[in-house]
Design a protein around this ligand. Sequence first.
Ligand code: NDP
Length: 268
Amino acid sequence: MTKKAALVTGASSGIGAACTARLARAGWRVFAGVRRPGDAPPGTEEILLDVTDEGQVRAAADRIEELHGLVNNAGIALSIPLEFIPLGELRRQFEVNVIGQVAVTQAFLPHLRRSRGRIVFIGSIAGQSALPFLGPYAASKHALEAVADTLRLELRPFGVDVSLVQPGTIKTPIWTKSAAVAAELANGAGAELAGLYGDRIAAFRKVALKRGAKGASAEEVARVVETALTAERPRTRKLVGLDAKVRSGVERLPDRLRDRVYERVLLR
Ligand code: NDP
């Protein structure tokens, strides 16, 4: 029997790398989408794929003949008060986390229709729960929720299932990368940002760092992704990690009460 094939975007590290390793172990033929040659994890076939590069997206779709599973995982997290995010950076946040996901999905839909395959989006609890100073990221993940909901209904007639995985904090390099970019952006914004938001950002970062160290493993997300690709009736959405479940609960509170909770827990 020929192996089923899956493509994972953003496979160089973190959740993407864990997904490729898990799927390869489970007997899938795995295409690893990476931005730098040599970054694909062992046991996978490397595909150069910056999701914002239309030429690379097209070339990937031409190269891969058969596909049963698409894992839209690539992502970045920009963290800065919305007042100060340079608009070009806000566009980049959406370009990678939303438009890039749609671009790759469009390119591979002919393959997935032929195989009656599956699409898994790596969303985030930030798609339900927008925290201060993570506005750009949360907005992009909220948009991804809409993309997944829309596609699920649009693709139903073709037998292509769509799932959205919503991890809470996962221990991966994304948060150190994000902190480095945030520091750069904050430097660019100068003393005004520090004067207006400095104390609250410092309190938020302290909590985020503490929580980050307790994050779940990327392997836990990979397990949920594998289930979404193989279960007879895949879940439409799945929270991963205790903090994701807690935050989902907080979002059910009335807005002002919810704000007071976050004010107390995150900003003091
Ligand atoms: P990592 O930073 O470890 O991985 C992100 C991956 O995305 C890397 O492979 C990176 O490649 C790739 N990437 C970035 N920009 C692009 C681009 N333009 N085109 C293609 N690939 C790109 O972070 P995670 O593993 O944590 O993140 C994976 C996904 O999980 C993201 O969508 C993130 O939002 C989501 N997530 C993560 C959570 C967490 O706490 N870690 C929680 C909830 C969701 P490169 O190495 O070249 O930069």
